[in-house]
Design a protein around this ligand. Structure first.
Ligand SMILES: Nc1ncnc2c1ncn2[C@@H]1O[C@H](COP(=O)(O)OP(=O)(O)O)[C@@H](O)[C@H]1O
Ligand SMILES: [Mg+2]
Length: 139
């Protein structure tokens, strides 16, 4: 019998790297004279286990950034990663899994279930997929 003593990655430890990041992210709307460059080459990383606030005046691109990061909208160019997975490489099934299992969203006013709390709204896709139960839920 041989015994080796080497570092074994802790299975419970989160994978390295940011929770999500974007590289040279560009999003334009419209064409020609009417083109709007909502995101102009954004590089950003959202670290694990932290709250990150994205702040700016109305029209500065906050919603566009969130939609592109979450795979709800397609960037004009650049790269979005959730963990190590590049969102732009996912097919429809992959995007559905990403949105259902790995991203929670509280929208402004729209698309919220008014009888649920903010936490319950965020968990909703995973609840429906049977992944998690709400805190305090007996079902
Ligand atoms: N669907 C769209 N079509 C055309 N222009 C858009 C669209 N969505 C956003 N924009 C424009 O992109 C810019 C950024 O908008 P948005 O991301 O909504 O900013 P914020 O969330 O910071 O208010 C604004 O100039 C806005 O008018
Ligand atoms: Mg907005």
């Amino acid at each position: 019998m041989t015994v080796t003593d080497e570092a074994v990655p802790d299975a419970a430890a989160p994978p390295p790297g940011p929770a999500a990041h974007a590289v040279d992210l560009v999003k334009t709307y419209g064409k020609g004279d009417a083109v709007v460059r909502a995101l102009d080459g954004i590089d950003i990383a959202f670290e694990r286990g932290r709250f990150t606030a994205v702040m700016g005046p109305s029209g500065s691109g906050k919603s566009t950034l969130m939609h592109c990061m979450a795979g709800l909208d397609t960037p004009t160019s650049g790269h979005v990663f959730v963990g190590a997975e590049e969102v732009g490489t996912l097919d429809d099934a992959g995007l559905t899994r990403l949105r259902r299992d790995r991203i929670g969203f509280v929208f402004q006013s729209f698309n919220l279930v008014p009888t649920l709390t903010a936490r319950e709204n965020i968990h909703r896709p995973a609840d429906l997929a049977g992944r998690w139960t709400r805190p305090g839920s007996t079902t």
